[in-house]
Design a protein around this ligand. Sequence first.
Ligand code: NAP
Ligand code: ZN
Ligand code: ZN
Length: 349
Amino acid sequence: MNKTKAYAAQSASQPLAPFELNRRDPRENDVQIEIQFCGVCHSDIHQARNEWGGSTFPMVPGHEIVGVVKSVGSQVKKFKLGDRVGVGCFVDSCRVCTSCMEGLEQYCTDGMIGTYNSTENDGSPTYGGYSSQIVVDAKYVLHIPESIPMDAAAPLLCAGITTYSPLMHWKAGPGKKVAVIGLGGLGHMAVKIAHAMGAEVTVLSQSLKKESDGKRLGADHFFATSDPSTFTKLAGTFDLILNSVSASVDVNAYLNLLKRDGSMVLLGVPDKPAEVGAFGLIGGRRSLAGSLIGGIKETQEMLDFCAKHGIASDIELIPIQKINEAYERMIKGDVRYRFVIDLKSLPLG
Ligand code: NAP
Ligand code: ZN
Ligand code: ZN
């Protein structure tokens, strides 16, 4: 067993605080990773505060993990000591269902094993990346391209793949008009990636406060959703809308911004279900869909795409001691555009 320093929530109503856990000794197919940086996703907040229900405690959040390989099991061929690696939202899956066989492990029919707030096949709880090290089966570990700085690479493991996957699936590219609702962690990656794919990108943010950032990140247009005229001006405009908002919004108002045959994809997971009127859909043969992160193969493809296009996350590096403050700031939309924890700040000993 490997003693590991971490930060954990002991219950849904308590702030995160120092915690110690044991990682398993690496098995023959495992990679032991010294964690350098971990991104802070809004899903960490939803789960640490049990907003989706079913959270288990103590919880060590964190699924945007990057670090270096510290040791490998005897059967590991893909990685060696010192390699720059990443771990995203899941650390295992059944490996035999059609989704797993097609490299879409996130849709595993048995349920993927989450990086935290989940249970390993041997019954032990999983603990995430707000910690000094992690041991993961090599099949679920990614290579981080040399050209991407490690701290700015961390958010690609969730925010990057969660936006890349639907942009690929719904074929964002030249001639396509893509809107992104919410310019946070997911939203800013969606803007960068959709722009690199050649789509015409519009940001729909609550106010115009982030307009110059949005344009710098690659948006062609920027509108405030607090201005009712946005919804009349942009009616029938978009081929694809990615909704990255962490809170409930009026889905019907946004469906009306789609062209005939356009799709709106839900990425955000607010605690309350959305109410959807049929007219917004039938009136333009529109689709309302959802998308969950991405598989291992596509995550590696996304990392290589980001390296090729010089894309990484815009981050604010924090010591782990500031994690509770960072959560509060994210809830207020005050993040530009992803908090990343520097794990060097974990107390030693
Ligand atoms: P984030 O960094 O906090 O960004 C969310 C953004 O939504 C905010 O920056 C803000 O943008 C906007 N927003 C926040 N509150 C709002 C409100 N009340 N009304 C309208 N807009 C609001 O969060 P994130 O990490 O990107 O995650 C976003 C959501 O995606 C979360 O629910 C998370 O759990 C979910 N998620 C889903 C997947 C998946 O696989 N589908 C993966 C990761 C995360 P503006 O200031 O620009 O308005
Ligand atoms: Zn996430
Ligand atoms: Zn499976």
